[in-house]
Design a protein around this ligand. Structure first.
Ligand SMILES: [Zn+2]
Ligand SMILES: [Zn+2]
Ligand SMILES: [Zn+2]
Length: 274
């Protein structure tokens, strides 16, 4: 299995729109891996996670091939993960070559409602996109052969924000964005799972956030509990993602702190095979 990260920032991007803080000033100065866009990841070539306003940029500049996508998983309704109007660009009014196949979109009740509202601008979208609502702990088998289970995140209550456990050919990835330290019902579900790759929310960096999002300390607490539960081991790849423009952090500074602890630090365009 392979994951490619196209967007690795928190909601305001990094450098953030309108922002002149130290972290954003450093990102503009150094560029490269310090330029982070809004959240989106690709599993192999056909399974996409989230659809932010930066999707168009990911397609035009970072070569995300949207034509190949069969399945789209939405984590939650925050705008940095979900811009439904651009999903409607798959209709024949706006795109050619999409006839004869439907994109299957999965998300929670809130995202379903927002998708249906956006679809009103586009009369025939149901021929090109189907939306199916998922409840926490529901498992589906996608048409491209992935077993996907939605897990409940600690984020933006009362919306049921979803994390995803994705398996194919004996490899399992756990995509944990956006979330604080997981709810107990999710910990119970994770018992007995063997995880080959874990992508963890690290929005808060050195700030000690435990709820809604995580920082370095909360991520360590999650790793400790996953280790004690035998869900992860020495062979598991652990990646941090979804960073906010805090303090005087740069990509290299985050790596200096977190690489020695065994975490990879995601950046826009990076990929991992496992
Ligand atoms: Zn987010
Ligand atoms: Zn800033
Ligand atoms: Zn969010």
């Amino acid at each position: 299995m392979k994951i490619t990260y196209y967007g690795t920032s928190a909601s305001e991007a990094w450098p953030a729109l309108f922002c002149n803080c130290q972290a954003c000033t450093l990102a503009r100065k150094y560029g490269g891996k310090n330029i982070r866009t809004r959240s989106q990841s690709l599993i192999d070539t056909t399974l996409l996670i989230d659809f932010p306003p930066d999707t168009n940029y990911h397609a035009q500049i970072l070569h995300l091939n949207l034509q190949a996508i069969r399945t789209l998983l939405i984590t939650h309704s925050h705008h940095d993960h979900f811009f439904p109007y651009d999903i409607c660009m798959r209709s024949s009014d706006f795109a050619s070559g999409t006839s004869g196949s439907r994109l299957s979109v999965y998300g929670n009740e809130t995202t379903e409602k927002e998708f249906r509202e956006a679809a009103l601008i586009c009369g025939n979208i149901s021929q090109f996109v189907t939306f199916r609502r998922l409840e926490p702990f529901e498992r589906i088998l996608t048409e491209d052969g992935y077993s996907v289970t939605a897990l409940l995140a600690d984020h933006n209550q009362p919306e049921k924000s979803l994390m995803y456990l994705i398996s194919r050919k004996n490899r399992t990835l756990f995509y944990a964005h956006d979330t604080g330290i997981f709810p107990e019902c999710t910990w119970r579900f994770l018992e007995g799972q063997k995880l080959d790759f874990v992508s963890l929310d690290c929005t808060a960096l050195s700030r000690n956030w435990q709820r809604g999002h995580m920082g370095f300390d909360a991520v360590d607490a999650v790793r400790k509990r996953l280790t004690e539960m035998n869900c992860i081991g020495p062979g598991t790849l652990l990646t941090l993602n979804h960073f906010a423009h805090f303090g005087n952090f740069t990509h290299d500074r985050i790596c200096e702190i977190e690489n020695p602890k065994g975490y990879q630090v995601a950046y826009d365009g990076c990929s991992y095979e496992f």
